[in-house]
Ligand binder design. Structure first.
Ligand code: AMP
Length: 190
């Protein structure tokens, strides 16, 4: 089973991705993790990515597509994958379609975690206090949310029209939300 996970920043995407990876034994491709590793290592990619991440902006499509292309080429077909945080723009989604087509792979489902802005902002403020995450200052968080609504949310229509979209209520306990995802993915073949 090959799936995409997306949802607004602060919706619990990372936590749910880990549970899905374990529950469905998938290969995890998290573009946020890849970029944070690059920033930590001080690589050229990290230097470029950091400037965008600090402002809550998206890293340019060509950079992201290059990263994901490499990871997708490394996949072997015995295990499915979960793409966590990619695609985030229509251009990325189109590039992904071409990549997967080239490798003879297909998407089986797109899971969208649904959480309203007010709830997200409350969570982000709380998380910022707990973790002190660099990209989570409130202003940056608001920008990330605006970027999500403008650039990433339109992807729902892109995948809905292909019958792949599974919208999941992202409000509730971690296990409760995961159960909803399991139910939604239970009917997916692959
Ligand atoms: P995440 O952990 O998925 O929220 O990603 C953290 C940050 O990394 C985002 O706010 C973006 O700046 C950057 N990023 C991650 N994935 C992408 C992507 N697919 N396209 C552009 N920027 C990304």
């Amino acid at each position: 089973m090959n799936i995409i996970l997306f949802g607004p920043p602060g919706a619990g995407k990372g936590t749910q991705a880990e549970k899905i990876v374990e529950g469905f034994s998938l290969v995890h491709i998290s573009t946020g993790d890849i970029l944070r590793d690059a920033v930590r290592s001080g690589s050229e990619l990290g230097k470029v990515a950091r400037q965008y991440m600090e402002r809550g902006e998206l890293v340019p499509d060509e950079v992201m597509v290059g990263i994901v292309r490499q990871r997708v080429a490394e996949l072997n077909s015995s295990k499915g994958f979960i793409l966590d945080g990619f695609p985030r723009t229509i251009a990325q989604a189109r590039a992904l379609d071409r990549m997967l087509g080239g490798e003879g792979m297909e998407l089986d489902a797109v899971v969208s975690l649904e959480v309203r802005d007010e709830e997200i902002l409350a969570r982000i403020k709380n998380r910022q206090k707990m973790e002190g995450r660099r990209d989570d200052s409130v202003e940056v968080a608001e920008n990330r949310l605006a970027v999500y609504r403008e650039q990433t949310e339109p992807l729902k229509d892109y995948y809905r029209s292909r019958g792949l979209l599974r919208e999941i209520d992202g409000v509730g306990e971690i296990d409760e939300v995961f159960q909803r995802i399991e139910v939604a993915l239970g009917s997916v073949s692959g």
